[in-house]
Ligand binder design. Structure first.
Ligand code: MCA
Ligand code: AMP
Length: 512
């Protein structure tokens, strides 16, 4: 049924007057009619390719309103959107394309040479380009398509999006999210965050991850609210947009960069209703500085690619928690309505108030599994159907959840996840490297960044700068450690395991 198609829900939320502005992007204004017609044209283009329903549409393009329209078109036509970080290099893209076997690949015109080579080699028949300035073969072809399109019928649990997320072992896994998963989250957040008439979202995040693609775009569209679109985050421009905006969503780095601007004042933010932060822990001092500078308390929430949003501080009184409405700094708030969250010990037993353990979750927002990895999927779920988040936390007497750490070896840098195991595997393949360890170090801008510690092969000489330069050729730039040093041996415990805690301690002050 087309009612199961999440695009249909978004479309029905558009305002009656389709000629009102839906998106302001620089000097351009896109109406709701533009969103409807452009997504119809792109959906017709995809349909015309005669690819099977459920085909993956892999997209690695710079942020643009047209890229959002392509996302909407993919949902509308019943295909599966596969967004890829623009920082990914050829090795990474090659893996995603081989793994997901997309029917269509869309890349930026500048990357067509190498991306199309990879795609054609993998058997992809349709490769289009889309620039951030409305150029490229995708729009040229879509221009010839009809402006109306019947929303595709889907089943509620049909796949809508695959989001690749790296892992502590092995290669990235594609988290499969259904129309029902993304719908449930968008509907819950609309109410929980009090979306209202007159809201205007300042869209500052990339749209190849859950935060910018789902939480932000769905939030605005399902409320029929317009967006102020920023192709790239710029702190001065973001603050200037607050004269017209009401809702801002960011990772902590965006907030620390805005805090460095003298223009950030109570007056500049007076029109704003809601500031949301997530994707990485926000320091208490950042929360406090923001409150002091603007008079607003940032609402922190917690989510994952596999689950979309899980918990949130309340925006208004939460009747499930005695009417508490306090945004409690240092916590990620309450499990969202419909989400069941528990903290368990190593034996899987639920823990009591303030006891620290592993966070497990269940709910209509939780993904169906990893693309073509049934065993990996089974490992990540408990026998009674809870997803193991890999985060460590506690729940206080009022029900607020606090994340205290992670059991997964993961660095979150400026809101992007960096898995040390992946970086180490590339380092270990470099000539002259015997072994390596990558750890996170606190960083004033990115929150955390990677530091690489290397041991050279006997007789080999390693140059740290050359190692990093070589890594940059192969890996997305945000994954490349910000510091590298060569040591004679890695610290190990009696079991032979590298003691990463000692390395973390040794580099704890490096960037502060
Ligand atoms: C850029 N660089 C970084 C990062 N970003 N290094 C480490 N971590 C980063 N995040 C490096 C580049 O490698 C480059 O180094 C230099 O900084 C400048 O790059 P540039 O692209 O100009 O950086 P920027 O435009 O200033 O980007 C910084 C940023 C961006 C705006 C903070 O990283 C960003 O938009 N982060 C948001 C990520 C996000 O949306 N996460 C949500 C994931 P060099 O010059 O040496 O190459 S969703 C999620 O986590 C869950 C589900 C959730 O809960 O939301
Ligand atoms: P991703 O794989 O990009 O979906 O990242 C999800 C991870 O980001 C979670 O498992 C958490 O470790 C982390 N995360 C997201 N939001 C928060 C938050 N508000 N505080 C702490 N960690 C967070």
């Amino acid at each position: 049924m087309s009612a199961n198609n999440f695009f249909q829900t978004l479309r029905q939320s558009f305002p009656k007057d389709l000629d009102q502005t839906a998106v302001w992007a620089g000097n351009l204004a896109y109406s709701w009619r533009d969103l409807d017609e452009a997504s119809a044209m792109l959906a017709n283009l995809l349909d015309g390719l005669k690819i099977p329903k459920g085909s993956r549409i892999a997209v690695q393009v710079d942020k643009s309103v047209e890229a959002m329209m392509l996302y909407l078109a993919t949902l509308r036509a019943g295909y599966v959107f596969l967004p890829l970080n623009t920082a990914y290099q050829s090795g990474e893209i090659g893996y995603f394309i081989d793994n997901a076997q997309p029917a269509v690949v869309v890349c930026s015109p500048a990357n067509f040479g190498w991306v199309s080579k990879i795609a054609f080699k993998a058997g992809v028949q349709n490769v289009f380009t889309l620039g951030d300035d409305r150029t490229g073969s995708l729009l040229e072809r879509a221009a010839h398509c009809k402006r109306t399109h019947r929303v595709a019928a889907v089943k509620a649990d049909d796949l809508a999006v695959i989001i690749y997320t790296s892992g502590t072992t092995g290669r990235s896994k594609g988290a499969m999210l259904s129309h029902a998963n993304i719908r449930s989250n968008a509907e819950v957040l609309k109410t929980y965050w009090g979306w209202q008439n007159g809201d205007v979202l300042i869209h500052a995040l990339p749209i190849f991850h859950v935060h910018g693609l789902f939480v932000a775009i769905h939030g605005a569209l399902i409320n029929g609210s317009p967006m102020i679109w920023m192709d790239k985050f710029d702190p001065k421009a973001a603050i200037a947009h607050m004269a017209k905006g009401t809702v801002f969503m960011g990772v902590p780095t965006l907030y620390t960069r805005m805090l460095a601007e003298a223009a950030l004042t109570p007056e500049a933010t007076a029109h704003m209703r809601l500031f949301v932060s997530g994707s990485a822990p926000m320091l208490v001092e950042t929360h406090e500085a923001w409150r002091e500078r603007t008079g607003h308390t940032i609402l922190e929430r917690y989510g994952m690619s596999e689950t979309v949003m899980l918990t949130s501080n309340p925006y208004a009184a939460d009747v499930r928690h005695g009417g508490l409405s306090e945004k409690r700094i240092g916590t990620v708030g309450f499990p969202l309505p419909g989400v069941s969250l528990r903290v368990v010990d190593d034996a899987g037993q639920s823990l009591g108030t303030d006891e620290i353990g592993a966070i497990q979750v269940q709910g209509p927002n939780v993904f169906a599994g990893y693309w073509q990895m049934p065993e990996k999927t089974a490992e990540e779920f408990t026998a009674d159907g809870y997803f193991k988040t890999g985060d460590v936390g506690k729940i206080d007497a009022d029900g607020y959840v606090t994340i205290v750490g992670r059991s997964k070896d993961l660095i979150i840098s400026g809101g992007y996840n960096v898995y040390p195991a992946e970086v180490e595997s590339y380092l270990n393949n470099l000539p002259g490297v015997a072994e390596s360890a990558v750890v996170g170090a606190p960083h004033p801008d990115f929150g955390e960044v990677g530091v690489a510690v290397l041991v050279a092969r006997p007789g080999a000489k390693l140059d740290a700068a050359a190692v990093l330069a070589s890594l940059k050729q192969q890996l997305a730039n945000y994954k490349v450690p910000k510091h590298c040093e060569v040591v004679s041996e890695l610290p190990r415990n009696t079991m032979g395991k590298v003691q990463k805690n000692l390395l973390r301690d040794a580099h704890a002050k490096r960037f502060l």
